[in-house]
Design a protein around this ligand. Structure first.
Ligand code: SF4
Length: 320
């Protein structure tokens, strides 16, 4: 079968490095900002990599490797670093409205191990550090984000910036099973503490919340309290969703580690990638109750950046 589009580019990508079972490739990219569907909390996404070495068992983004004719497991082993991220971003930001929200790290972790070698996320932040009045959210599980604290502080002074640390559980053993190569939960909370101490607005995301595994009220309550104590200002809370590509990894994982839950999950996701409305409504109420208990917001904090007082001069009446 002839490969087209992204599959053809992936097949022709130059090998950057091969280590252990993980291979890194350089992927030519035509654009870096991707428009989201309507009704999302952000209008644009940026993912400097394709694939993610953290290998979370529930990862919904595995389907993105299928576009390259690769399978769901190769999502963890074949990592593609996009080319020319900074140059593309500079060009594309010029065509983007200032009030539009941009989310960095929606389909791969921007601070996965590849970032130490290839620095594509840092190159992107260097572009944002020269911007004014942008709305940027960064989501990660990694303490590597602290490497860029200087840039984050610079961005936060002239733009609205939020950093979201995903912490699904405080239980180290469970985290190791669910997220085998991601930093430990304690390290992520320490990252929240250090970002918050530096004046960055931080959220903790317990997403995806998994029925029977991480959705207990007491466990979520402990997590929200730890997030608040570390300095987080908001607490997310989205339920698991499992497309067929994610089911291929998650169902065998359940059979091995949670055999009693496996049939229930299979029945729940038999017809849809989403859990029932009744479950989602009950979970939303539970999470809101917990947020209220700790005075946590549900989303990004839209503060007034010190170096940006609003609409830029000349935007409505271009200078002659
Ligand atoms: S860190 Fe995020 S993108 Fe990476 S494997 Fe885990 S869920 Fe997927």
């Amino acid at each position: 079968m002839a490969l087209v589009g992204i599959a053809r580019l992936a097949a022709a990508s130059e090998l950057l490095e091969a280590k252990r079972a993980v291979e890194y490739f350089e992927l030519p990219a035509r654009s870096i900002l991707n428009r989201t569907r309507p009704n999302m909390p952000f209008q644009w996404t940026i993912n400097p990599y394709r694939g993610c070495e953290f290998g979370c068992k529930y990862c919904y983004a595995r389907y993105t490797h299928e576009f390259m004719e690769l399978d769901a497991v190769e999502f963890e082993d074949k990592i593609y670093a996009k080319q020319a991220t900074a140059e593309l971003l500079r060009q594309e930001l010029a065509r983007t409205g200032r009030k539009e929200h941009i989310a960095l790290g929606t389909a791969t972790d921007p601070y996965q191990p590849a970032e130490r070698r290839f620095g594509r996320t840092r190159a992107i932040l260097e572009v944002f550090a020269r911007e004014r009045g942008r709305f940027l959210g960064i989501t990660t599980k990694s303490d590597l984000v602290l490497r860029d604290l200087d840039l984050l502080c610079e961005i936060a002074r002239a733009n609205v910036l939020g950093v979201n640390l995903t912490v699904t559980t405080l239980d180290e053993k469970l985290a190791r099973l669910l997220e085998p190569r991601a930093p430990r939960p304690a390290l992520r909370l320490e990252t929240v503490r250090r970002l918050s101490a530096a004046g960055i607005c931080v959220s903790v995301f317990p997403n995806p919340i998994m029925p029977g595994i991480t959705d207990g009220e007491r466990a979520l309550d402990r997590l929200a309290r730890a997030a608040r104590d570390a300095g987080a200002l908001s607490f997310g809370g989205g339920p698991l969703f499992l497309m067929p590509s994610a089911q291929k990894v998650f169902f065998p994982f359940l059979e091995k580690h949670f055999p009693d839950l496996a049939p229930k999950y299979k029945a729940s996701f038999a017809r849809s990638a989403y859990l029932s409305k009744a479950y989602k409504d009950a979970l939303r109420e539970r999470v809101q109750r917990i947020r209220d208990r700790y005075g946590l917001a549900s989303g990004m904090i839209e503060y007034q950046p010190e170096l940006w007082a609003g609409e830029e001069q000349g935007e409505l009446f271009p200078l002659q």
